[in-house]
Design a protein around this ligand. Structure first.
Ligand code: SF4
Length: 511
């Protein structure tokens, strides 16, 4: 606001910036991803990224950079004696492959013109005018795009299954619930580049011949909701959404549903129940969502990041996409890098990168020169990986082989001082609180596990506790109704496997 105030006389008029004549415009963009260094100000056309900007820096930015074309040295990122004038050269960004997040932080997310200028809606245009719905599905299938929300199911296969249903009323739903602690990838896309995701949903709707779509966003994301509403309104105003899109006979109407913040509503059947106005609880399957999803109609349900990949694939082709990442997990993945790492933030990397590269090259290593201890990957449904697994590749299959999962993409880094029993207790208390209570193994089993973990942390553990935890975990994993329950014991089991001595220390150190 301060910068806007200072430049208001130049907005829309030509001013001299260095040797260039340009218009000055101060825009509130989406997230740049480098959370640790925020608040951030990016100056174009120079690509300067100013870090930790304070209100009192604005006059200097105005005088030196906006009027003078010179960088404010003290606000530039520095590491190991090197100053980085250009955002793209900063190691945090240089090692990333930002495709889905490409426009986040670079365009005005509140005006469709900014998105159109960088190619938004080119994918749906190509689909509508150059491809049949079947060809679109085939392209997504051939690209081997896998769902970015957790399980990694093949997106093209899901679309094929919906398209093959006899029922002709179909729906396209976007899961923007993102309830994992430490995950905010989808939020950034919705806030920073909402048209990319909307376009992905439109392409899915055209592919399966759906006319209605729903975006389910958690109510804790008010800015995302506002920007999505604005984006939908602006797309409707110029004929990109609504009836007879771009003069064709394809019509698509998009609605927003706010979730009340229940983690379980990230599960497909609970999410569709919630949109229908019912209590968000998973149901027994089959029928699956592709057969009977929203209002018992065939439904394409993907998450925000999955849809955000779709326009690029349609525009550039399946082979282009397969050239990034690994053959079985092509493309990139956005991760939220949090915890005891130097550069916390939102990153996007090609699938197959190692954990070590992410934590040390992009994340800058562990804060305060402490030793790395573990990383919780994939949120409460994921697992805990240790030092000897740092060279593991981050893709769906490699992580599954070592008992972990990408999940939605949360990465919580822990240093040598972290108590792993407390970490397990934290995640168990989260899933226990979020259990919808429908089935006994999850409702009661997680409660019992939490009680045991609480007494171990408090120094009142019993010698039989670890065995009891394993028995309960086994029972919950094999009998709980949905993924929340089935995966709830994972953080406990993986920390017990890797840090058994810590559990024993707690149990033996009676208070
Ligand atoms: Fe609800 Fe847990 Fe059962 Fe899932 S496993 S249906 S969250 S009680």
């Amino acid at each position: 606001e301060k910068l806007k105030e200072l430049t208001k006389d130049h907005t829309g008029v030509e001013v001299k910036i260095g040797e260039e004549i340009a218009h000055t415009k101060v825009m509130k963009s989406g997230c740049h991803g480098f959370c640790e260094m925020g608040p951030l100000v990016r100056i174009e056309p120079y690509n300067y990224l100013y870090i930790k900007v304070k209100l009192e820096d604005c006059e200097e930015i105005y005088n030196e950079t906006i009027l003078g074309g010179r960088p404010v040295e003290r606000l530039l990122y520095k590491m190991d004696g090197v100053t980085y004038p250009s955002q793209e050269e900063i190691p945090f960004y240089a090692k990333q492959t930002r495709l889905v997040l490409k426009n986040c932080g670079h365009i005005d997310a509140e005006h469709i013109g900014g998105a159109l200028a960088v190619g938004a809606y080119a994918g749906i245009e190509k689909a509508l005018f150059e491809m049949t719905p079947e060809a679109v599905i085939q392209t997504i299938y051939d690209s081997n795009l896998r769902g970015r929300g957790g399980a990694g199911f093949r997106t093209g296969r899901k679309w094929q299954q919906v398209a093959s249903q006899k029922e002709k009323i179909r729906y396209v739903v976007c899961n923007g619930d993102e309830g994992d602690p430490g995950a905010f990838m989808d939020r950034s896309i919705m806030e920073g580049d909402p048209h990319r995701m909307i376009e992905g949903m439109m392409i899915a709707a055209y592919a399966v011949q759906a006319q209605e779509g729903y975006i389910y966003v958690r109510a804790e994301y008010p800015l995302a909701i506002e920007r999505l509403k604005t984006a939908i309104r602006q797309a409707e105003a110029i004929g990109l959404l609504g009836d007879n899109i771009l003069g064709t006979n394809f019509s698509f109407h998009l609605h927003i549903n706010r979730g009340a913040g229940a983690f379980v509503c990230g599960e497909g059947s609970a999410l569709t129940a919630s949109i229908e106005g019912k209590r968000g609880m998973p149901r027994v399957k089959p029928p699956r969502t592709v057969e009977q999803g929203l209002w018992a109609r065939p439904t394409v349900l993907n998450n925000v990041e999955t849809y955000a990949n779709v326009p690029m694939i349609v525009t550039n082709g399946a082979d282009w996409f397969k050239g990034i990442g690994t053959p079985e997990s092509p493309g990139t993945k956005a991760f939220a890098l949090t915890g005891n790492v130097r550069n916390t933030g939102l990153i996007e990397v090609p699938m197959g990168i190692t954990l070590r590269e992410v934590i040390y090259d992009i994340g800058g290593g562990i804060q305060n020169d402490k030793k790395f201890k573990a990383v919780q990957i994939g949120g409460p449904s994921g697992g805990c990986l240790t030092e000897d697994q740092l060279d593991s590749k981050m893709d769906f299959d490699s992580l599954a082989k070592i008992g972990a999962m990408i999940g939605s993409g949360g990465l919580v880094i822990m240093d040598e001082d972290t108590c792993m029993v407390e970490v397990a207790r934290f995640f168990m208390s989260f899933t226990q609180r979020e259990s919808c209570g429908k089935c006994v193994p999850c409702r009661e089993g997680t409660k019992r596990m939490l009680e045991i973990l609480e007494r171990i942390v408090a120094g009142n553990g019993k010698p039989s506790d670890m065995e009891e935890l394993r028995e309960l975990a086994d029972m919950i994993e094999s009998t709980a109704l949905c993924g929340l329950g089935k995966s709830a014991p994972k953080p406990v089991i993986s920390t017990m496997n890797a840090f058994e001595e810590e559990y024993l220390e707690h149990i033996n150190e009676k208070r």
